[in-house]
Design a protein around this ligand. Structure first.
Ligand SMILES: [Zn+2]
Length: 736
């Protein structure tokens, strides 16, 4: 009531300007699948006649809007819907085998605003690569329970039929949050007939304009339920190859034509006739903006609210998650999004921590060390000073032995030709690189090197160090055939005092989304999650012997037609050469994630595989460490009301295991635990959602922090008995 009175007072005194969030009740996003910006806004009114002439003056367009990840349909749409870069291959026609790793806006919308399933979803003209898998993602804290609707079928493939279906939905269930895919432009582009491609764009233009008239109740439309209260966005999932890179027929590579996207928005508070060319935006910025205007949080999203497209004073505020504070040592303790920690202990007993952090306004890799067994930590330093404009660094992993190695991946903006004939114009694109930093003085000084570019994008590179020998394994995708380094799993190593290979070894030509690497002093061991087209992900194992040959094995390979998710492999190798492999597994439909454990006999090469943690709820993101004969396993477990870190131990190299025990009982979102040996016991570090306003002196936009706990084992009656907690040992860093 007090709030309403205040609003009334502001209105009466004439100073009240409603924010976009107060006036926006619906969001409709249209993706014109695979329209190249050459034929979109670069051509002005030539093909998108209505959008350019009639709609553009009413809203805002961006001149620098990018797909900086994999420029294909599954990846583009899941990135738009999740706000997290999803580097995923197209899922083909299959349902469920390739999904977003993070929640989609539909899941947040339903979870936080208690909306029904019919209030949101995707409308599509093709199920392949998009429709079948854009209702929910794989994060168990959300998921199918709060899925969005799927409206459409392959039979609605024609964009005008798709529009009719959408009109029917607007008349009946009245969705409040909808993504509509117009599939025909991409289909026509792939035929290679330029006139057909242009004609499909003209049709899409009229569809977008007709939908605008329906939203605004412009005759012949009469329903006013969307009028003046809908944010309407038109963009695309990816562009197409520019003429310097084989032309409009294809896409899915790293060139400017594939990355440069059209973006237009209209709605309450959105600037009219604005052209934004001074700020670069990205597909990951859409979900946080949608969440802010509709009034729900998007806690996993990595993007930013696109405040500049709103009139001054009318931009919505981000909505934050409410809950209780977390009681555990706060390692990051900064106002940014701190995520994906990794921890390693060197042979001198120092602990080395890396993570990704956006406190400085872009994603960077931070490093800190503890020389007193976790009691205090050094002020974090930025590990890679990637020089390119618009660059980010993330996905860091650390390995430690006699020396240290940190691997990360990131992208930078590069100039490239966009025309095939003179005079050739240049523009920019984004290339991804795996980077390595090494230290021989226990983390005092570092030497960084970028390895061969990986072009499209990737997740964590596996990294190892042993007796001065460094190695790294990473995934390359989106290459053109003429490029020296090839698609797939790539590997490079450097003997102590030696040089990196100038061109990496390609181990296998598959899509590898999670890569773990260990060096046992003689052999290199790699475990990956391989995603191969329409089939589900399998866990592959590779071993490189001293002669340089690769043994290639499947730890799990499901038969075709029975897809099961097998994700996030991690491995350790014991003194006998036995490989201990951990990963998470879930049925394609329904069921929960459980933790799998396989041991590979070094003599026979045979795997004995069992389910290690099974129910009652999801168990995922396993990570293991080995100290003597003791294996420590940590993971994220959803058996309580929230996601928590759990642990278990084996003191006999995996023959028997203790019961799972909780490391945290925070009651908030918890992610990405990693475990490392300590002087005594083990340390576990993880990422958890800090609740705003609950801790003094914190700024409002703080979201995720890193937390640390110490796990001690006593008398082999293994249980967690000591936590190095909380406020007493909190080390406050000075501001960066
Ligand atoms: Zn597409």
């Amino acid at each position: 009531m007090r709030h309403n009175l205040m609003l009334l007072l502001l209105v009466l005194t004439g100073v009240f300007v409603p924010s976009a969030a107060q006036e926006t009740e619906n969001v409709i996003i249209v993706t014109i699948d695979g329209i190249r910006n050459d034929e979109a806004f670069e051509a002005e009114s030539l093909y998108l006649r209505h959008v350019w002439n009639d709609l553009r003056p009413l809203g805002t367009i961006y001149r620098r809007f990018w797909n900086r990840g994999w420029t294909a349909t599954t990846s583009g749409h899941t990135t738009i819907l999740s706000g997290v870069r999803q580097i995923l291959n197209n899922n083909g026609g299959a349902d469920g085998t390739v999904r977003s790793f993070d929640p989609l806006v539909f899941e947040y919308f339903r979870e936080y605003l208690a909306e029904p399933e019919a209030s949101c979803g995707v409308a599509f003209g093709k199920t392949g690569n998009f429709g079948a898998i854009c209702d929910y993602g794989l994060e168990p804290a959300f998921g199918a329970r709060v899925r969005g609707s799927q409206w459409g079928a392959d039979t609605t493939h024609d964009d005008t039929n798709c529009l009719k279906m959408v009109f029917g939905l607007m008349d009946s269930v009245r969705p409040r949050l909808m993504l509509i895919n117009l599939a025909c432009v991409d289909g026509a582009g792939h035929t290679g007939v330029y006139e057909d491609y242009l004609e499909a764009i003209r049709v899409a233009d009229s569809v977008v304009f007709e939908l605008y008239k329906r939203i605004q109740a412009i005759p012949p439309y009469e329903d006013t339920s969307y009028r003046n209260r809908t944010l309407y966005i038109v963009t695309t999932d990816h562009g197409r190859n520019d003429d310097a890179h084989s032309g409009f027929k294809g896409h899915g590579e790293w060139d400017h034509g594939c990355r440069d996207l059209m973006f237009w928005a209209l709605g309450p508070g959105v600037r009219q006739g604005a052209v934004i060319d001074s700020i670069s935006r990205d597909q990951i910025d859409i979900a946080p903006t949608v969440g802010a205007v509709l009034g729900f949080p998007t806690p996993f999203a990595e993007g930013e609210l696109m405040a500049e497209m709103f009139e001054p004073g009318r931009a919505p505020e981000p909505v934050l998650v409410s809950g209780a504070p977390v009681a555990a040592q706060n390692l990051s303790s900064n106002p940014g999004f701190s995520r994906d920690p990794d921890l390693a202990r060197d042979r001198y007993g120092n602990l080395h921590l890396v993570w990704s952090d956006n406190t400085r306004g872009r994603w960077l890799v931070y490093y800190s060390r503890s020389t007193d067994d976790g009691m205090t930590w050094s002020m974090p330093r930025v590990m890679f000073d990637f020089p390119a404009e618009d660059s980010v660094m993330w996905y860091a992993r650390v390995a430690a032995d006699d020396s240290l190695a940190v691997a990360a991946s990131g992208f930078g903006r590069h100039a490239c030709y966009i025309d095939s004939v003179e005079p050739r114009r240049m523009d920019s694109t984004f290339l991804w690189y795996p980077w390595m930093a090494t230290s021989t003085d226990q983390g005092g000084t570092w030497t960084a090197v970028s390895l061969f570019d990986s072009s499209m994008g990737m997740y964590y590179p596996g990294v190892a160090v042993r007796e001065g020998r460094y190695s790294v394994a990473w995934w390359i995708c989106g290459r053109f055939g003429w490029q020296a380094a090839k698609k797939g799993l790539n590997f490079n190593s450097r003997e102590a005092g030696g040089e990196w290979d100038s061109v990496p070894e390609r181990v296998k030509n598959s899509n590898m989304v999670h890569i773990a690497l260990r060096d046992d002093g003689e052999q290199f061991h790699v475990a990956t999650c391989a995603m191969s087209g329409d089939e589900d992900a399998d866990i592959l194992y590779f071993m490189r012997d001293s002669s340089g040959g690769w043994l290639k094995d499947s730890a799990v390979s499901d038969p075709l037609g029975s897809p099961v998710y097998d994700h996030d492999p991690e491995l350790v190798v014991d003194e006998s050469g036995m490989v201990h492999l951990f990963w998470q597994r879930k049925p394609d439909q329904g069921g929960v994630w459980r933790l799998m454990y396989g041991r590979r006999d070094p003599g026979t090469g045979a795997w004995d595989t069992l389910t290690l943690v099974s129910g009652p709820a999801d168990a995922c993101q396993p990570h293991a460490a080995l100290k003597g004969d003791t294996l420590a396993l940590v993971w994220t477990d959803y058996r309580g009301s929230a996601s928590e870190v759990y642990c278990c131990f084996s003191t006999d190299l995996g023959l028997t295991w203790t019961e799972p025990e909780p490391v945290t009982t925070a009651g908030t979102l918890t992610q990405h635990p990693r475990v490392s040996p300590a002087g005594e016991g083990f340390f576990v570090v993880w990422q958890s959602l800090s609740v705003f306003g609950s801790e003094e002196g914190r700024s409002l936009d703080e979201v995720w922090d890193l937390r640390l706990r110490h796990l001690l084992l006593q008398d082999h009656a293994i249980r967690v008995i000591v936590e190095i907690d909380d406020r007493s040992s909190l080390h406050c860093w000075t501001p960066l």
